[in-house]
Design a protein around this ligand. Sequence first.
Ligand SMILES: [Cu+2]
Length: 111
Amino acid sequence: MKNLFFASLITLTFGTAHAAGKEVKEEIKVQVTENGFEPSQIKAKAGAHVVMKVTRTTDNTCATAIQFKEKKIKKDLPLNKEISVDLGTLKKGDITFACGMDMLSGHIVAE
Ligand SMILES: [Cu+2]
């Protein structure tokens, strides 16, 4: 019930932004597999509001969390559960993400 309420709140927020016609939204899907983050090199539109959806699909990895140091974001990645990471509006450039220990990494290039 609580989850449902939260979900409709998000829809409402994004819906309003969309109606204003200003915000471009981009969703990026990433999986954590035995090979690390897949994909690990991602292109995005500069100026877009980017939300990353991350699903860890294996226990055979050290990436049980994802962090974006520049944005001071860190999230746990439970097994087989899609986690949303709101990155806000991206400026042109490179954003690095990594596992909790900074071993596995990837990046988003906004252009
Ligand atoms: Cu690690």
